[in-house]
Structures are given as C-alpha cells and as structure tokens.
Design a protein around this ligand. Sequence first.
Ligand code: SIN
Length: 308
Amino acid sequence: MLSKTKISKIELASYICNASGPSDSILEELEIIAKSDSSAIMMKSCTIKPRIGNPEPRYVHLPLGSIQSMGLPNLGYQKYIRFASQLKKYNKPIIASVAGLSIEDYRVMVEAFQKSEVNLIEVNLSCPNVEGKSQVAYDFEQTEKVLRVISNLGDIPLGLKLPAYFDFIHQKQMAQLILKYNISFITCINSVGNTLFIDPEKEMPVIKPKKGFGGLCGDYIKPIALANVRAFYELLDDKVSIFGVGGIKSGLDAFEFLIAGADAVQVATVFEKEGESCFTRINQELEEILKRKNYNSIQEAKGRLKHL
Ligand code: SIN
C-alpha cells in the first residue's frame, strides 16, 4: 500500500481514518469502523461522566457539508477504556479522544487512558458545543495549564485536537506550547465553531442548541483546514505528526492535505453521508493519484506544496 503512514510512532495501514464524531460512540459503531478500511479506530470524545448531549435537532446535513452541535454525547471515559480492550482483536490502532470540562478532568482521563489498550490519545481542546464552555485552545494560558498536568503521564503518544486559527500569531503561540510540552501529534481542525445556518422559509436556524450556533463541517471549511495544516507543518518543522481534518471527501482532497503537510487525514462528514465504504473509495483514489504522479510513498509527497 503506497499510502501507509505513521502518526508519531504508530503505523497506520493507510492515510485515512475516521474522525471523532457522531458515529463512533457505541461499541457497535466502533466495530463497523474496525471492520472497514479506516486505518485506525477513533473513538468519540469522552467526558468523565456519560452525557446525553444537546437537544435535537443537533446535526443537519447541508449542501456542502453539515452543521452540528452534538454537545459531546458519550458513555463516559471508563466505557471507552473497556471498548479499547474489546477492539484490540481487530489489530488496528485505537485512538482515544478526551474532552475535559475542567483541567482535572483532562488529567484523570489522560492518566487512565495511559494505562489502557489505546495506541494514541487525542486531547480535544476545541469542542465548541458545550453551552457556557469556551474552546480551551483559544486561551493559551488555559491550554498551558492543561498541558502541564497531562504531558508526563505515560508513554502513549499524546495529541491535541485544535480549533481553526485565523491569524499566524495564534498558530505560532500554539506551536510554541506544542514543542515545549513534547506533544506527539496534532489534529487540525475541529469543526469551525459557532457558525449560523438559517432556514429562510422558517426564519429559524437549522439546529436547536445554542440558538442555532454550531460547528461547521465539510467543504465549507476545507481551505481553513488546509491553511492550518500548512501553517503548523511549517512551524513544527516535522517534529510533530499532523492529522488533517476538514472537508475531505475524495482522494484529491486527501492529496491536497498531504502536500500541505498532513501525515494522515481523518474524515467525519463524508463518513456520515456515505458510510464506511468512503474509506475504501478515498484510499483507492489517493493511491491512483500517487501512482499517476510517480510518488512512491506518503513521505515522498508530504509537504511538497510549491509556491507561486
Ligand atoms: C460534539 O460532540 O459537540 C462534537 C465534538 C467536538 O466538536 O469536539
């Protein structure tokens, strides 16, 4: 497979896996991902206690993507630790995603997953959908407080799921923290938070939580995601692996993330819309592009974006 890759020290059989999102909360869903061509099993961002999440409608497909405000519905972190043991038999990297509601929550969950069967731990610092909670990664002091307590708890590589940044100074500040605390990988970007989609006939937003403000996903956010991947690729100097996320629905999209500097990509909206066959299709499309362009590996093409 031309598209095999690595995130930190963990090998992935292909460039594409699922993102933490709406179809990876229960064991049955995770087993569908395990049996698919997703190169890893990413689990839903979890909290200390189970959550039912936000009121419906909270996920709506849009012409070019989706808007959602799920509000972290999940079964609580202890369930995902058990799921990781049950999923081990599929011989595929398992990724935990933790979303604390306090610094102590992050510490407790990271410490627990460090003793579990997962291969990577993604620390979600960017959920925009919990009412009254701001996205941690937009507050660099708060981010540093979290990193101080989670960065030395074990050997399983730790990553950060980041929000979209729109100014180089913010990416630079975050990159300094990532390097200072030896973070192994980043995932960029989460949905673009607090956007508004209006149904003009009903004169209402399309989702209910937070008076309609929700995370935007899909094609709408691909250029923002690419820009963040590229900016961090340049700032982190290949010392930190990068998962690209945001609007990937074809091999060509994945290839754009590859030349921007992503080591692997995660997909959410296309998985929701198309089901697990999307992993096979996107991967085949990417392999064909790599062959056509005479690239022999992901490593060879990574970051090869030229300038005008
Ligand atoms: C959610 O459950 O609200 C989505 C998770 C996220 O945006 O991080």
